[in-house]
Design a protein around this ligand. Structure first.
Ligand code: UDP
Ligand code: MG
Length: 326
């Protein structure tokens, strides 16, 4: 591995050709001002545009910049995991590539780290340039997640954070596939604190988190830290079976003692049927979500596949053993 350097900055990129150069410049300005050794690790998450090309170009001029180039799009959470796997700094910062997380907050995080905190997360005091829908659903989600789990996951924080080397090493022991990294970091424990910041507007381009990916991330967060949806299925099942049994008695008694009252009933049969079928399918779906995740774990595939890397000491080796660094 490379000699120990002070800071690693991990930046995931997916189709960010319009942003990456500006992002590099802003990060470089901030990191240079600290006059301590650092590395910028750009993880190209299977972009279909010129992102990789631009980063390679930067790498050839600036040896502090490194590239991990995935073989395809593995998703944001996997991209930041790979960046952390290959980071060699004493403190590692994960930051979005679209400049929504301002690089200028990094020195504040470092200050907290020097005070002895092992995890310094960015807390979004305000979110600019995002739709009402996104802000609202995000707010609801963070509060819902907190109710669902015993893990102390801070509200309104994304993956923008600084972690100490020991947290990074501990995270390497967690091999989950459908990852919710910010939750995993909370799960690890360690001394944590937050710094508030204003989440800026995206510098250019559009979000790479369409609703589908957002929903997937949200359910990964819930499923990997809570059994409550499963409990909900069983509680609902128990409650409905109880009610059904009572109604069954009613029907039988009516049939035996008050025969005439059982004549009509098509509407109620259909209603009860639809209701129960709906509930059953919903509960099956919840169980299915968990089973799918179990299946992913059982297959035990590597978390990501690397196509090539730039500016790591062992570039060739990384390309040839393209999985986690352990
Ligand atoms: N990203 C990624 N892989 C993906 C989707 C997104 O690496 O499959 C990166 C993206 O390039 C950006 C960061 O993750 O640097 C956050 O994504 P985005 O800004 O699109 O999400 P939003 O801020 O809208 O939630
Ligand atoms: Mg963004």
């Amino acid at each position: 591995m490379t000699e120990r350097i002070k800071y690693s900055i991990v930046v995931p990129l997916y189709n960010e050709e319009e942003v990456v150069l500006e992002s590099y410049k802003r990060l470089k300005a901030v990191m240079d001002s600290l006059s301590e050794p650092y590395e910028l690790i750009f993880v190209n998450d299977g972009s279909r545009d010129r992102t990789a090309f631009i980063v390679k170009e930067i790498c050839s001029r600036d040896k502090n910049v490194k590239l991990i180039n995935f073989a395809r799009n593995f998703g944001h959470q996997i991209a930041i995991t790979a960046g952390m796997d290959y980071a060699s700094g004493e403190a590692i910062v994960v930051i979005d590539g679209d400049l929504q997380d301002p690089p200028e907050v990094i020195p504040k995080m470092i200050e907290k780290w020097r005070e002895g905190y092992d995890v310094v997360y960015g807390k979004r005091a305000e979110r600019k340039g995002e739709t009402f829908f996104k802000k609202f659903t995000a707010k609801m989600f963070y509060r819902f997640l907190r109710r669902m789990t015993d893990v102390d996951i801070p509200l309104d924080t994304g993956d923008f954070r600084l972690i100490d080397r020991k947290v990074c090493d501990a995270l390497k022991l967690v091999n989950e596939r459908n990852r919710f990294v910010r939750g995993l970091i909370s799960w690890l424990g360690f001394r944590q604190t937050g710094v508030e910041f204003v989440r800026e507007k995206r510098f250019a381009g559009v979000t790479k988190y369409p609703l589908k990916k957002m929903l997937k991330l949200a359910f990964d967060g819930i499923a990997s830290f809570s059994y409550k949806p499963l409990k909900l299925s069983s509680y609902t099942g128990v409650a409905l079976s109880g009610l059904s049994f009572i109604y069954l008695l009613v029907v039988v008694v009516e049939r035996i003692f008050f025969k005439e009252s059982t004549q009509p009933g098509w509407a109620s049969i259909i209603a009860v049927n639809l209701f129960f079928n709906g509930i059953i399918l919903l509960m099956l779906g919840i169980i299915g979500e968990y089973i799918g995740r179990i299946y992913d774990e059982a297959k035990g595939r590597p978390l990501y596949i690397i196509n090539d890397t730039e500016n790591f000491d062992d570039d060739d080796k990384l390309g040839r053993y393209p999985t986690r660094s352990r």
